[in-house]
Design a protein around this ligand. Structure first.
Ligand code: 5RP
Length: 234
């Protein structure tokens, strides 16, 4: 779903800065993606210097990177609470509502973000938009048996679903949880995203959407000249 990583230097800057939020002794939810990869690298450096944390990764990719960087990891299923979670996003609006799931990991990302006392988004400026769902298709994770039925119900809601295909594998992307991903475009952008979220989750077989509404209270955004800490508007 994602195009080749853009704004690498901005992602690197925010990834490094985000590590400042992680304090000794914390249980840290660790997101997925190219921005988070820089965060993991910096955390690994700080762990080697004596920072004690436990990372709770949102995907195989994040878990592997944490292990490669020497960050102790544990499994989300063992906890009901985390101190902080830091993750990237595909789109962020001025209220810090976000679309996630470009890496097909949004179900686990949402669980981990929900468990954390503080959820912080990190991104480069290209992710800031005035309205969600205009450009970036909304990912939903769907149990395979429900594929065709879910596509029909999504069309009835005004969406145009498209099964996400793998790049280095024949056939569809299989999510962390063994499911399929439908990316939904909208001819008319829905005005009530909370309603859309609940309508989508009401479809039997739809496991989770990539809409992260009202979850982040801070976003660290890399701009050409600076990094800005953004809080929700309004
Ligand atoms: C993965 C995600 C990522 O956080 C999102 O796609 C942003 O990735 P990147 O930092 O590579 O631009 O939601 O499911």
């Amino acid at each position: 779903m994602k195009s080749v990583s853009s704004n690498k230097e901005l992602k690197r800057m925010v990834g490094i800065r985000a590590a400042d939020f992680v304090k000794d002794g914390m249980m840290v939810g660790i997101g997925t993606g190219s921005t988070v990869a820089f965060f993991i690298e910096e955390l690994g450096r700080r762990v080697k210097e004596g920072l004690h944390i436990i990372g709770v990764p949102t995907s195989y990719a994040a878990k592997l990177s944490c292990i490669q960087q020497g960050i102790p990891v544990s499994d989300c299923m063992l906890f009901d609470h985390l101190d902080i979670a830091i993750d990237g996003a595909d789109e962020i609006d001025p209220s810090l509502n976000a679309i996630k799931g470009g890496g097909a990991a949004h179900t686990n990302e949402k669980i981990i973000a929900s468990m954390a006392d503080e959820f912080i988004l990190i991104a480069d400026e290209s992710k800031m938009v005035s309205s969600l769902c205009v450009d970036f298709p909304l990912p939903v994770e769907v149990i395979p048996a429900a594929l065709t039925y879910a596509e029909k119900r999504i069309r009835q809601l005004g969406g145009i679903p498209s099964l996400r295909n793998a790049v280095h594998k024949d056939g569809p992307v299989i999510s962390e949880n063994g499911n399929l991903i439908l990316d939904i475009k909208f001819q008319h952008v829905p005005s009530d995203l909370a309603l859309l979220d609940s309508q989508l989750k009401n479809i039997p077989g739809v496991l989770e959407t990539g809409l992260f509404l009202g979850m982040a209270k801070k976003a660290l955004i890399g701009y050409r000249d600076t990094i800005r800490m953004i809080v929700p508007e309004g």
